[in-house]
Structure formats: structure tokens, C-alpha cells
Design a protein around this ligand. Structure first.
Ligand code: 4NP
Length: 167
């Protein structure tokens, strides 16, 4: 299962989600064969490491994002990823506009996996201050735990023989 996390610049929200998901998946769901990557809908920061404020907020919570580098979403992402998860509604609209029809069902909002939050957007922190970057980590951890729970449930269902569901 390959999951792409998508935001605008690929230097704040989606690299946070990639780093948090990799860490939590390794720690809490090592039995699932999961791959995570991230990309931006814009090309403003191609090749750049995550924003220093993003790296600091992640580090405060134990996540190391220093090896990540920004890239833009490319056409083959729509065929090679099983799920493409947008950080806000604008990112989802941009993805929907670029994606072929066959990929549309695989495009979703990241926070759909944390319905208790009652919100779908991880707000863009770029013009903000440290608390805005801490909020990104808070929301991303909630979404990541929900996504890993959903993937674990899906994996256990797919292991069941056909016709045994619900019995
Ligand atoms: P991200 O944040 O989409 O979470 O990576 C942003 C990074 C850069 C810009 C906007 C948002 N920018 O305008 O350069």
C-alpha cells in the first residue's frame, strides 16, 4: 500500500505527515507493508528540505524530518499511489483537476481519517508562528493514527477468505 501526502509547498504539512506516518507505522503497525511519500501541488520549493519551523515543531515531538526534500506532484503519482491524501480543500481541488478519471476515487482529504476532529483542513502555517506549526503536528498525529487504524482494518479484512465477512 503506497500513500502520497500532498500540500502546497511540500515543506510544511505534507512532509510532517510523511515523517509522522513513517515513525508511527514502524512503531505501531510493522506488520503492514506501507510506503509513504509526499509532494506539493506547487513547484516553489523543489529540492528544499522542510521549513526550519516545521523541522523544529516535529523535533519537539520526536520526529526527524531532516532527510526529506520537496518535490512536485507528477502525472505518474496518480497511477503509482493507492491513496493520495490532501492537507486542505485547495490541495484536493488541484489534485482533482490534474488526476485522470480512474484516479479520482483514490483522492481524499487526510483528515477524513480523524472524523472526531470535526474539521478537514490542516491549516497552512507558512505565514504563521510556532503555535501554528505545533497545531500542524497535533492534527497530523490524529490523522496519522486514524489512517493507520483504517489500513490495519482493511488489511485484516483482506486476509479473510471470501464470503466470511461478518460471520
Ligand atoms: P505547505 O506550506 O503547503 O504546508 O508546505 C507552504 C509552504 C510554502 C508556501 C505556502 C505554503 N509558499 O507560498 O511558498
Amino acid at each position: 500500500m503506497k500513500v502520497l501526502l500532498v500540500c502546497l509547498g511540500n515543506i510544511c504539512r505534507s512532509p510532517t505527515a510523511e515523517g509522522v506516518l513513517r515513525t508511527l507505522a514502524e512503531r505501531e503497525a510493522p506488520q503492514l507493508a506501507l510506503q509513504f511519500d509526499s509532494a506539493g501541488t506547487s513547484g516553489y520549493h523543489i529540492g528544499a528540505p522542510p521549513d526550519p519551523r516545521t523541522m523544529a515543531a516535529a523535533q519537539r515531538r520526536g520526529y526527524d524530518l531532516s532527510a526529506l526534500r520537496a518535490r512536485r506532484v507528477r502525472p505518474d503519482d496518480f497511477t503509482s499511489f493507492d491513496l493520495l491524501l490532501a492537507m486542505d480543500e485547495d490541495n484536493l481541488a488541484d489534485l482533482r483537476a490534474q488526476a485522470p478519471r480512474s484516479a479520482q476515487p483514490r483522492l481524499k482529504m487526510f483528515l477524513e481519517f480523524a472524523p472526531d476532529l470535526g474539521r478537514l483542513d490542516v491549516p497552512d502555517p507558512y505565514q504563521g508562528t510556532a503555535p501554528d506549526f505545533d497545531l500542524v503536528v497535533d492534527l497530523v498525529e490524529r490523522g496519522a493514527r486514524g489512517l493507520l487504524r483504517a489500513l490495519a482494518t482493511q488489511s485484516s479484512r483482506s486476509l479473510r477468505p471470501a464470503g466470511s465477512a461478518g460471520e
